[in-house]
Ligand binder design. Structure first.
Ligand code: ATP
Length: 371
């Protein structure tokens, strides 16, 4: 088990001009035993970061320490990490037992010991009866567990998972997610998990790094990243229904959003300058539905109603743009009707130039900007 320390890690792939800058000076410490998620849209550099830690890519500059040891120049085999790939990368011509034992064979562990270890690990993961099968004779979930067993058998210091759940159907994915979390807790091995699925990252991780274009845009616990996205990029990425981000203007009596004055969130008034543009942000879950006009509400016409099972997602067309709200299953919201959206002021966030305004900051940003 080991902490992972990345310092000024940069990766540039060869290409025209300055090349492809996949990682732009990543500084990050992942704690011993932590379950850590790298989250971000396609092409943000997640896989490159994972592969660079594994040693499958060479860092252009910067350092990687695993368990206090500088592994930057070392080949993958000498880093004591195990990677589980999206497609599991099981050898099709080998049995489950041989697949699991393969890393031990490379480490020249004697055959009887290898066999015993493979059988033991397979049994732990519920594959005890499938040792003689080949990967093609396993279900997707079983293949995933065989790949996990192969990673576990050699007792690595670090697990690196590259979207290991993405080939499973929705139900299996949920089961595998719970299984993975329990397994990681039991083993206590430092784990980095790459995903573009924000729900997966929120459910699994102790901490999350949200990446964009080779940089970390926010680092924090799932709760912190969900409740207080540090910038509008993270705000629009996290949440199963995207956050409403509305253009607003700050005034002494509140925030003007599409011609309606809405209350300023608690503690933020001293941070604002009269007439400055802000982004008014509220999650659909924190917007109340009112059929009749209500104080502090945005009026609009219902354009779409989507059934989410126990709740419904209602989209209103307002003077401030589209506003989405989650209502319970019994609310009668009909397309074409006029309705009112009432944001919960204590859940409203404000962004200036795309960055979160924080009432806990000691300095008043608006004043400190002046010379
Ligand atoms: P995805 O979720 O689609 O896998 P990602 O966040 O894992 O995306 P990477 O695969 O790390 O992103 O890619 C980061 C950037 O580096 C992208 O612009 C990609 O096109 C580029 N890239 C990745 N591998 C190479 C390579 N071998 N040569 C050149 N450019 C590459």
């Amino acid at each position: 088990m080991a902490a992972i320390e990345l310092a000024a890690l940069t990766k540039v792939y060869p290409g025209s001009g300055r090349g492809v800058r996949a990682l732009e000076g990543i500084d990050l410490t992942i704690h011993d035993g932590e379950f850590f998620a790298l989250l971000g849209p396609s092409g943000c550099g997640k896989t490159t970061l994972l592969r660079t830690i594994a040693g499958l890519e060479t860092a252009t500059s910067g350092t990687i320490h695993l368990g206090g040891r500088d592994v930057t120049p070392l080949p993958p085999g000498r880093r004591n990490v195990a990677m589980v790939f999206q497609d599991y990368a099981l050898f099709p011509h080998m049995t489950v037992a041989d697949n699991i034992a393969y890393p031990l064979r490379i480490q020249r562990v004697p055959k009887p010991k290898r066999r015993a270890k493979a059988a033991e690990t397979a049994a732990e993961l519920g594959l005890g009866d499938h040792l003689a099968r080949r990967p093609a004779q396993l279900s997707g979930g079983q293949q995933q567990r065989a790949a996990l067993a192969r990673a576990m058998a050699c007792h690595p210091q670090v697990f690196l998972f590259d979207e290991p759940l993405s080939n499973l159907d929705a139900r299996m994915r949920l089961e595998a997610r719970t299984f993975l979390k329990r397994l990681q807790r039991e083993l206590g091995v430092t784990t980095i998990f790459v995903t573009h699925d924000q729900a997966e990252a929120l459910a699994l991780a102790d901490r999350i790094a949200v990446m964009e274009r080779g940089r970390i845009r926010q680092l924090g616990t799932p709760t912190a990243v969900f409740r207080r996205p540090a910038n509008t990029f993270v705000a629009s990425f996290i949440g199963s229904t995207p956050m409403n981000l509305l253009d607003g203007t700050a005034h002494a009596d509140g925030i003007d959003v599409g011609g309606t004055i809405l209350p300023t969130p608690p503690g933020l008034a001293p941070h604002l300058t009269e007439g400055e543009p802000v982004t008014y942000a509220i999650r659909p879950e924190y917007v109340r539905y009112a059929p009749a006009p209500a104080p502090g509400s945005l009026r609009g016409e219902i354009s779409v109603v989507e059934n989410l099972g126990a709740t419904q997602l209602v989209t209103l067309t307002t003077a401030a743009g589209l506003v989405q709200l989650v209502v319970d299953e019994d609310t009668e919201a009909l397309p074409g009707a006029t309705a009112h959206a009432v944001p919960r002021t204590d859940r409203v966030l404000l962004y200036r130039d795309g960055e979160l305004l924080d009432s806990r900051e000691k300095t008043v940003i608006a004043k400190s900007r002046r010379p």
